[in-house]
Design a protein around this ligand. Structure first.
Ligand SMILES: Cc1ncc(COP(=O)(O)O)c(C=O)c1O
Length: 359
């Protein structure tokens, strides 16, 4: 059917969700394609949902999620007026892009990076200005700076970057902040910051206290393991938060998600131990692959990136055969999440086989 619509949408690839674990009767298979937390939900979180939330599913949630906002404000030492929730940080980023841009405006961001950025920008009717990462997978900060002009409404950086898992240094982040005009916002998408062990990394919270135009996107999906509930938040200047609330999806953040977020903040220590064990598994996998001779960017997230180029599809097949769904970027490389110990062992085995086969 022909119908009137915006032609830009026809050019979008659309979001490709990580595939579920392959089916293979008689053996365990694993999903390491979506950078999820492999641990099951905490018992305390499930109990909180059952006790405090399921009883009033017939009611709309608190639209702004004040209890969560106030708690996060306390935890991060900012005012509640600096925090806005979204159904996942994806929605928070959508709010921000919708607030600052429309037709004729430009959003500058690194590429490859989080695949929702081009979709969100096109959704707002604005123009994506994608700056290719450096050969080591890190942001080209000089390129990002050079792309800023009078039409720029937002610069996005992703630290650690999805899918390359690289970290943005404090020096590079400050160079960017010093170069961008103070009335142009800079979004630090830090979905994976809890896994970032880089001693030189930029810390967006520090920059937020020093620069007037910093916005931070954080999520409960990764370190907190609540991907299925869809809750994230931004920390931003108060007038930016006001604008974001106006364009937010009304009632987008469910009461179940709000209760789970509060219970997860209460369980911070337990969740931090899980993060530590994921980081330790990441280090184990990376060391094993380095010993096998693999060359790839040092990962600072709960995933790593194999830049396989033309060999990508061949390698992808080996992972599926072994019972692993990985995230394949055709012709570029494969992103692999750190999963259960058994899944990580399988990843190491497949990589060994690929190396023996000459990759
Ligand atoms: C870099 C980055 N930002 C944001 C998100 C969004 O996460 P969510 O919408 O689940 O909070 C993701 C999810 O994969 C991501 O990789």
């Amino acid at each position: 059917m022909t119908y009137k619509h915006r032609p830009i949408i026809d050019t979008l690839a659309g979001y490709k969700q990580g595939k579920p674990a392959p089916t293979s009767p008689g053996r365990r298979t694993f999903k390491v394609s979506s950078n999820e937390n492999p641990f099951e939900p905490l018992e305390s979180v499930v109990e909180a949902i059952e006790e405090r939330s399921l009883v009033h599913l017939n009611r709309y949630p608190d639209m702004q999620g004040w209890a969560v906002v106030e708690r996060l404000a306390k935890e991060t030492n900012v005012s509640p007026g600096n925090i806005v929730l979204g159904c996942g940080s994806t929605e928070v980023i959508t709010q921000l892009v919708g607030l600052v841009s429309g037709p004729g405006d430009e959003i500058v961001y690194p590429w490859r990076s989080f695949e929702a950025y081009p979709i969100i920008v096109a959704g707002a009717g604005a123009t994506s200005v994608q700056i290719a990462n450096l050969p080591d997978g890190s942001h080209d900060v000089d390129g990002l700076i050079a792309a800023v002009n009078d039409r720029t409404r937002l610069v996005i950086v992703n630290n650690p970057n999805n899918p390359t898992a690289t970290s943005l240094s404090d020096g590079d982040a400050r160079r960017l902040m010093d170069a961008v005009p103070s009335d142009v916002l800079v979004l630090f998408d830090e979905a994976y910051f809890q896994f970032n062990t880089d001693s030189c990394t930029s810390v967006a919270m520090d920059l937020f206290r020093e620069y007037p135009n910093v916005v931070i996107a954080h999520t409960f999906s990764k370190a907190y393991g609540l991907a299925g509930l869809r809750i994230g938040y931004a920390i931003a200047p108060e007038d930016v938060v006001e604008g974001m609330r106006k364009v937010a999806l009304p009632f987008g953040v469910t009461d179940v998600a709000q209760v789970a977020a509060l219970a997860s903040i209460d369980a911070y220590e337990e969740l931090s131990d899980r993060v530590k064990s994921i980081v330790s598994e990441r280090n184990r996998v990376v060391s094993a692959l380095r010993r096998q001779g693999w060359d790839f960017p040092e990962p600072y997230a709960n995933f790593f990136w194999l830049p396989l180029g033309a060999q990508t599809d061949k390698a992808a097949e080996a992972f599926v055969q072994a019972g692993l769904s990985v995230r394949v970027f055709g012709g570029e490389g494969i992103r692999i999440s750190i999963g259960e110990t058994e899944a990580n062992d399988l990843v190491i085995d497949v990589c060994k086989g690929l190396k023996s086969a000459g990759l």
